[in-house]
Design a binder for this molecule. Structure first.
Ligand code: ATP
Length: 353
């Protein structure tokens, strides 16, 4: 199955407001054929609004959408040739798996033999051969979600849009279906836009992530870029930098900068321009802080078993919580010293908000 031919899909300052307030502001993005894009951000950041604008379910307030040289935002949804997979599978309960998958082809009056061939192929792709005659009510959540995916891809869409498709599934199924979605994307050469609030899901699935906050794009980048080099404190906080320490920049220290305050003194890497003497936010992930002979003194409060390592929550004498991972197993009440690798402690300037 191959999608309708196009080279790129371009969103140019796509905006949508409700009651005079932007739910999505100026989203500019070029999606290349074959890419897997994740729209990521907390609840209410505008992810679904962006997807619905792309699908044509919501008219734009400003901006435009282009498929190569064809303007798309004025084309009705059913003529855009996109496939959609929602969180609530939206299957027809009275139709069998096979007939659910065939439905869209019938609507498009695809010849019967051709339709049968494509439905068979789609059923095989999502491994539902044994369930093809069942009704959705006789299937597990994961199987129903597979039907929803097969129903979308059987139409050979030029773009597949998925809105939190795995959020109704339990943790184990979510992991399985995640692999399945990535496999289908690759096997079928799909172009996919995937909405999620789960950063792990986005990092593992996508070629590029678009991180949104309050309707505004914060960062567009590969999983590695967003994971290791968040551009601001909001992206850092969202990407698991649990240690967010309001400190003061003391001055240069080799390639890095020393940051201090409340009994803490560490060396980090500035993100942007950080002037000595100004307030900063130093950010680190738990896995980038460690127990050392020398460092910030703190007392262990909570130790959680996490397989090979333990997760430790400690508190400095001034009351600042520190979250770290450790191969050693300290006990609550132990006095430890905590340090960070300078390249993994990101120092953000005192930006507003
Ligand atoms: P969630 O993960 O909770 O679905 P989201 O990131 O998908 O969140 P959107 O559904 O895009 O967020 O909503 C973005 C903002 O727009 C929110 O503040 C929301 O309240 C508002 N909004 C969305 N749809 C409407 C609507 N039909 N009328 C008014 N406001 C809306």
């Amino acid at each position: 199955m191959s999608g309708t031919g196009f080279t790129e899909l371009r969103l140019d300052r796509v905006s949508r407001s409700f009651a005079g307030r932007d739910a999505l502001a100026e989203l500019t993005l070029t999606i290349r054929k074959g890419e897997f894009i994740a729209l990521l951000g907390p609840s209410g950041c505008g992810k679904s609004t962006a997807l619905n604008c792309l699908a044509g379910l919501l008219p734009l307030s400003r901006g435009s959408i282009w498929r190569d040289d064809v303007r798309l935002d004025t084309v009705p949804p059913e003529r855009r040739g996109f496939g959609m997979v929602f969180q609530n599978y939206a299957l027809f309960p009275h139709l069998s798996v096979r007939r659910n998958i065939a439905f869209g082809l019938q609507m498009r009056r695809v010849a019967r033999a051709e339709a049968r061939r494509r439905v068979d192929a789609a059923i095989r792709l999502v491994h539902l051969e044994e369930h093809a005659g069942k009704l959705p009510g006789q299937l597990s959540g994961g199987q129903q979600q597979r039907v929803a995916i097969a129903r979308a891809v059987v139409l050979e869409p030029s773009l597949v849009l998925m809105d939190e498709p795995l959020s109704n599934l339990d943790a184990k199924l979510r992991l399985e279906m995640r692999t399945e979605i990535r496999r289908l994307h690759q096997t079928l050469g799909l172009t996919t836009v995937y909405v999620t609030h789960d950063q792990e899901e986005a990092l593992s699935l996508a070629d590029r992530l678009v991180v949104l906050r309050d309707g505004e794009v914060q960062q567009v980048g590969t999983p590695e870029e967003v994971h290791t080099a968040p551009v601001n404190r909001h992206v850092a906080a969202f990407m698991g930098y649990r240690n967010l320490l309001p400190l003061r920049a003391a001055g240069g220290a080799g390639a890095g900068i020393r940051v201090e305050g409340d009994g803490i003194s560490l060396v980090g890497t500035p993100v942007g321009t950080v002037a000595p003497g100004t307030g900063v936010l130093a950010a680190a992930r738990p896995e980038d802080l460690r127990i050392a002979a020398d460092g910030v003194p703190a007392v262990v409060e909570v130790v959680e078993y996490q397989g090979r390592e333990v997760a430790v929550e400690a508190r400095t004498d001034a009351g600042t919580p520190l979250f770290l991972r450790s191969a050693e197993r300290p006990a609550p009440g132990d006095r430890i010293h905590v340090t960070a690798a300078p390249d993994r402690l990101l120092v953000f300037p005192g930006e507003p908000g």
